[in-house]
Design a protein around this ligand. Structure first.
Ligand code: UN1
Length: 509
């Protein structure tokens, strides 16, 4: 195993990558340390805004809305097109910052930036496809139509695990829809955020768009709350825990704002007797151990048929024992660090609770590199056989813990898939088409994402992303998710020269 990089090495990498994206780390330095999970050492520091700064930011965004909402959507698309080009150009720089701040392995960090490029391309196309409907009227000489208008300022609160991609899903769509964006990024990843925003600033300047279309507010919970409560934020898009969503949703609703919530997941795979076990093992290991178990789409449960469970557990355990764990920047590493000590503690607590609830840790669960970097938290992804869906299995622990349960009938497996509070992602591994269809049917998986013969994570741009129940119900990025960022007007147009009333109402004057 190659040694972990030193603090100085990481600081230099951060400074150079940020600089190439247009961010001078000296100019943004302040009281708040940025710590790298790669070695647990300081990476840089940043200045935070306070809740009192939010009103000014939102007011300026509101002024930009005044111009942007009447800019033709395909012209708005040109801004997003330029952003996509700059993201392509700086893919490695932004990926480096993501690795440094949240510990993603190089390939997954680059994949995150690719997802940003993809959403930009999607949004550019969308800028010519913000379709309304025309509807036939019951009245002669009348026509109904729908028009989609820009909504207003969009607030984005994003989480550490996709520190820049989730912003881009919201921002690329919001911008073509005519909405300015105010972003409060994760406290863990301010440099990635500043770098991504600097690229957008450049695109804004080059295309002559209003300067305040995109603003970043670094800060803590008070800044987030100020955005949640500000009447000038028309849509608040928040990604994070169910606990956070429970606080945010009602507060935004109370002022009749709109919210788009992407909260916890507790994603399962059903593995049937006809599953191709080689493919299943690869799908399971990527979704469960990839990103060190810190995606909201991470596979946290396997529901395996009693006839295949032993063979599957053997294969997954063998793969787990060989997983290269270490510096996310080193070639060949597949599992980087947990983001911070609280994540490590949550994992240990979950494993302890699982043991108490009758579970057996079949592979992993231990800590690595503790002597070399006591402030970093590298762990072996854990594979745990459970007697059933006990309390700990029904909770989302944001770490690589995969619980394995068994089933006998597909009905039972689907019921187990659905018997958790969260409803983000799910999958079935099967060669039996009827089983796959039953899983996808109205009485099958209750999740926003239901896959066949691939894992629960790694969704691509194009489909709508999000989930049901305690996942919050929001949909982002693909399909018609754009509608959340616009308001719909229904127009009735009368060209008859008469004034017939709907529903046959007579009103002679
Ligand atoms: C998240 O974990 O917050 O489907 C988003 C995936 C990624 C996005 C995950 N495309 O795993």
């Amino acid at each position: 195993m190659t040694a972990l990089p030193t603090a100085e090495e990481l600081q230099t990498l951060a400074r150079e990558a940020a600089g190439r994206c247009g961010v001078d780390l000296d100019a943004v330095a302040g009281d708040h340390p940025v710590t790298s999970p790669v070695n647990g050492a300081p990476l840089a520091s940043v200045r935070w805004a306070g809740a009192g700064d939010v009103d000014d930011v939102v007011t300026r965004a509101g002024a930009a809305f005044g111009t942007w909402r009447t800019t033709p959507p395909p012209v708005r698309g040109q801004l997003v097109r330029r952003l996509g080009e700059l993201l392509r150009e700086h893919k490695a720089d932004l990926a480096t910052l993501v690795s440094l701040e949240v510990g993603k392995i190089t390939s997954e960090a680059a994949g995150e930036v690719q997802e940003m490029v993809d959403i930009c391309e999607f949004a550019v196309g969308l800028s010519r496809q913000l379709y309304g409907r025309t509807i036939s009227s019951e009245r002669p000489g009348h026509r109904l139509m729908e028009t989609w208008h820009p909504l207003g300022v969009v607030g984005v609160i994003s989480a550490f695990n996709f520190p820049v991609a989730v912003w881009s899903w919201n921002t690329a769509i919001a911008l073509v829809c005519g909405d300015p964006v105010v972003w409060k990024p994760s406290e863990q990843a301010p440099l990635s955020a500043l770098a991504a925003a600097a690229l957008l600033d450049r695109a804004v300047a080059e295309t002559g768009a209003p300067a305040d279309l995109s603003q970043v507010v670094l800060g803590g919970a008070d800044v987030g709350e100020a955005l949640v409560d500000h009447p000038g934020i028309a849509l608040l898009s928040a990604t994070g825990s169910t606990r956070m969503g429970r606080a945010v949703g009602p507060r935004v609703a109370d002022r009749f704002g709109r919210s788009l919530l992407e909260l916890g997941g507790n994603n399962a795979a059903i593995v049937t007797p006809s599953a191709d076990l080689d493919l299943t093992t690869r799908g399971v290991v990527f979704s469960a151990a990839g990103t060190a178990g810190q995606r909201c789409t991470t596979m946290r449960r396997v529901i395996a048929h009693v006839d295949v469970v032993d063979a599957l557990v053997e294969r997954v355990a063998a793969a787990y024992r060989n997983l290269p764990i270490g510096s996310p920047m080193a070639e060949g590493t597949l599992v980087g660090p947990l983001v911070h000590d609280a994540a490590y503690k949550a994992m240990q607590d979950a494993l302890e609770a699982a043991r108490q609830q009758g579970g057996e840790v079949v592979a992993g669960g231990g800590r690595r590199l503790a002597e070399e970097a006591p402030e970093a938290h590298y762990v072996e992804p854990a594979l745990v056989r459970m007697p059933g869906q006990t309390d700990v299995v029904r909770q989302e622990t944001f770490a690589p813990v995969l619980y394995v349960m068994t089933y006998r009938t597909l009905e039972e497996a689907v019921a187990m898939n659905n018997d958790v509070p969260q409803g983000l992602s799910s999958s079935i591994f099967t060669s039996d088409q009827a089983e796959a269809e039953r899983f996808l049917a109205a009485d099958g998986s209750d999740c926003g994402i239901a896959n066949v013969n691939i894992g629960t994570s790694g969704a691509e741009i194009g489909g709508a992303f999000g989930g049901e129940k305690q996942t919050g119900g929001g949909r982002e990025s693909g399909s018609d998710a754009w509608r959340a960022y616009m308001r719909r007007a229904t127009n009735t147009i009368n060209y008859s020269g008469e004034l017939p009333l709907a529903q046959g109402v007579e009103f002679p004057i």
